[in-house]
Design a protein around this ligand. Structure first.
Ligand code: FAD
Length: 287
């Protein structure tokens, strides 16, 4: 067995120094809810682990100039409990509500959920529906923002270089008239990995009962969370009623048909998405 080094940088300067030592075998540790399982099963044998959780510079949720910033080691529980997120990025708060168990939510970090790049990662459709950008730092201490879609390289694969780490995520604050939600279907009702997830973020004019803008993202029905751009266009200017709800559900079913053609789960997911769509409409429009 080769030796394992563990580094616990306390700030971003120390993090950049630690990243200088990273090799393709090295691993970055967030809450460990994915990584520790792989370690325990001996599926990975890293030479170096960089533990992010001692770097308290990366634990924050804040709003500046109309943008919301979340640090990489912020936990799912902290995001769920944040008044700011509940008010201005509710779909993300809802995704965190439906995420794993209390124990998992208390440990799992948003940086880990992004970097893990699971097609079923629950924060990812919500972040897509918020047009999120991911903040990445390298071993020179240089930070840059990347669109979330550029970070998600495929199932459980991110596009970061060996000497890079996720340090945060940002998106525009979506206060009213934006309203948003997240709905998911798993194999059980709690502590379940998503089989379908849906984030709906719309500009809703209560006076006219009309949707004026829409950002719709799906998870667990493709290699990575993605936006349903055509459906977004079709929702614009539409009055909210039962017909629209039924059409929304049908259109989502078509999106899934296009996304996973030939997949064994397609017949099930094509039907199941309709229930998820109805859940989202019920939560947003009480219908
Ligand atoms: C019982 C159980 C239930 C679960 N339920 C859900 C669920 O409902 N929804 C869901 O989405 N997930 C779920 N998960 C999966 C897991 O909890 C999430 O993916 C979680 O967000 C991972 O975050 P973490 O901080 O624990 O990451 P870790 O396990 O520490 O790391 C995950 C991966 O990301 C990398 N990484 C971590 N942080 C960074 C960083 N800052 N920069 C670069 N790379 C980094 C690691 O090297 C590793 O490859 C569940 C897991 C378990 C065990």
């Amino acid at each position: 067995m080769s030796s394992l080094q563990v580094l616990t940088p306390k700030n971003n300067t120390e993090l950049a120094e630690a990243l200088k030592q990273a090799t393709p075998k090295s691993k970055i540790l967030g809450g460990g809810t994915d990584l520790v399982i792989l370690l325990n099963k001996d599926e990975i044998e890293p030479d170096l682990i960089i533990d992010m959780t001692a770097n308290k510079e990366l634990n924050y949720i804040k709003e500046e100039d109309g943008d919301i910033y979340i640090g990489a080691i912020t936990t799912i529980t902290e995001i769920h409990d944040s008044e700011l997120i509940n008010e201005k990025a509710r779909c993300l708060a809802k995704a965190c509500e439906k995420f794993g168990s209390t124990q998992i939510r208390n440990k799992a970090t948003i940086g880990g959920n992004i970097a893990n790049a699971s097609p079923a990662g629950d924060t990812l459709p919500a972040l897509k529906a918020l047009d999120a950008e991911v903040s990445v730092i390298n071993s020179k201490g240089e930070a840059r923002f990347l669109p979330l879609g550029d970070v998600l390289a495929g199932p459980n694969k991110n596009s970061l270089n060996v000497d890079e780490a996720v340090i945060g995520v940002k998106f525009s604050a979506h206060a009213k008239p934006w309203i948003s939600t997240f709905a998911k279907l798993g194999t059980r009702t709690a502590v379940t990995i998503s089989r379908i997830s849906l984030a709906v973020n719309v500009v809703y004019d209560e006076a006219t009962n009309t949707i004026n803008d829409a950002k719709i993202a799906l998870g667990a029905v493709g290699k990575a969370a993605f936006r349903a751009a055509k459906l977004e266009e079709e929702l614009k200017g539409k009055v909210v009623n039962k017909e629209l709800r039924a059409k929304f559900a049908e259109k989502l079913s078509e999106v899934i048909q296009e996304s996973i053609p030939g997949r064994a789960s397609l017949p099930y997911k094509k039907e199941a998405i309709k229930g998820v769509a109805y859940q989202a409409f019920e939560d947003l429009f009480s219908m």
